[in-house]
Design a binder for this molecule. Structure first.
Ligand code: C2E
Ligand code: CA
Ligand code: CA
Ligand code: CA
Length: 278
């Protein structure tokens, strides 16, 4: 970066050149990262609120960069979305999560769904449902053990996304709406798409005990979802008080630092092994 030329450097301020060069460099390096196997998945447990048992895991991607160390998804997913690389990364994430979940089952661990985050960009590709079917066939994972998390966005072809989701649901795959309540079209989603579960965004969960309107909103989301036969999971649960509130309002599942942050696959094996085997 520094040796790129004696003259160009003085044209730009340090911070400007740093940030845009950084972006370009990262984007460039991302292309090689898949082949070099620099991406890894961590898994965050999801628990049944009533019994406290682990009922699922969410796969969250990390980039083990050879020089920069572990890069969190917040720093490269937006770049990957911009450049379109998210489709290749998403393909890798989907296959790796399915492979891992099948391996856990074969090791005798209690079967449970793995949730995979889908970028809306992945819906634009041809025949998403067909692609998912191929991954399930290749990895041997049964469809009920895969859950796809989708986020709300204004810019999408509703009819197309709806067709994709119906095809996926008909295969037996679960569909969750991520970050529920933060988008522009939360209710539109519930009305038009075959949704199995919604995830209450952590911004609502955070102040559940301090902010009466957040408490009202969360209680109302849970009641409404249940009337529509949709399961509810709360994300970002960090305290016992938040958990108690959610339990009292009959939220179904929860996920958050209170129980566990996202962890490497071996930690999940230990958690599940100690709870079920022996
Ligand atoms: P998300 O899907 O909403 O994932 C939840 C994020 O909240 C994760 O951050 C998780 O570590 C964090 N989190 C979990 N529990 C708590 C808690 O109790 N408190 C707080 N403050 N945070 C908590 P992470 O792993 O850094 O991921 C950030 C985002 O990156 C994800 O948000 C998701 O939008 C995106 N992402 C991650 N992996 C993938 C992927 O494979 N594909 C796509 N398209 N996006 C991904
Ligand atoms: Ca998610
Ligand atoms: Ca979320
Ligand atoms: Ca989010």
């Amino acid at each position: 970066v520094k040796e790129s030329g004696k003259n160009d450097c003085i044209l730009y301020s340090e911070s400007w050149s740093n940030s845009s060069l950084e972006r370009l460099t990262l984007q460039h390096e991302m292309y090689r990262a898949i082949q070099r196997q620099e991406f890894v998945l961590h898994y965050q447990p999801q628990y049944d609120i009533g019994s406290g048992t682990m009922v699922g895991v969410e796969a969250l991607v990390r980039w083990k960069h050879p020089i920069r160390g572990m890069i969190p998804p917040g720093e490269f997913i937006p770049l990957a979305e911009e450049s379109g690389m998210i489709v290749q990364i998403g393909d890798w994430v989907l296959e790796e999560a399915c492979r891992q979940n099948k391996a856990w089952q074969e090791a005798g661990l209690p079967p449970m769904p793995v949730s995979v985050n889908l970028s809306l960009r992945q819906f634009v590709q041809h025949d998403l449902a067909g692609k998912v079917a191929k991954v399930l066939e290749k990895t041997g994972l049964e469809p009920q053990y895969l859950d796809l998390e989708i986020t709300e966005s204004m810019t999408m072809d509703v009819a197309h996304v709806s067709r994709c989701l119906i095809a996926l649901t008909n295969m037996g795959i679960g569909i969750s709406v991520d970050d529920f309540g933060t988008g522009y079209s939360s209710f539109h989603y519930l009305k038009n798409f075959p949704i199995d579960r919604l995830k209450i965004d952590r911004s609502f969960v955070r102040d559940i005990q301090q902010d009466p309107s957040d408490a009202e909103i969360v209680a109302a989301i849970i009641a409404m979802a249940h009337n529509l036969n949709i399961q509810v999971i709360a994300e970002g649960v960090e305290t016992e008080g938040q958990m108690e509130f959610l339990r009292k309002h009959r939220c179904d599942e929860m996920q958050g630092y209170y129980w566990s942050p996202p962890v490497p696959s071996t930690n999940i094996e230990q958690m599940l092994g100690s709870a079920y085997i022996q």
